[in-house]
Ligand binder design. Structure first.
Ligand SMILES: [Fe+2]
Length: 87
């Protein structure tokens, strides 16, 4: 699971944070490719299915971000400062 270090050198908290962050990356990537596919298809019914799938990925990304917020104090602080702040 670790991308930059040997797993034996990492504690369980760091490993779980990496798992969650990598999963968030993958959910964001999924949103991007569904969004592009929805824009590219000329089939209206297929577009609706793809848009539904894309928005499911947004829920998945949000759940991961919330888990990360709960387990990363600095991220929690930054999100509280920035989200819904209209800055
Ligand atoms: Fe997903």
């Amino acid at each position: 699971m670790p991308r930059y270090e040997v797993a034996d050198d990492l504690n369980e908290r760091t490993k779980d944070l990496s798992r969650a962050r990598q999963s968030l990356i993958e959910e964001i990537e999924a949103i991007m490719f569904y969004d592009e596919r929805a824009a590219a298809t000329k089939d209206k019914d297929l577009r609706e299915v793809i848009i539904h799938n894309r928005d499911d990925e947004k829920e998945h990304a949000s759940l991961l971000l919330e888990w990360l917020r709960e387990h990363d104090e600095a991220l929690d602080k930054e999100l509280k400062k920035s989200l819904f702040s209209k800055k």
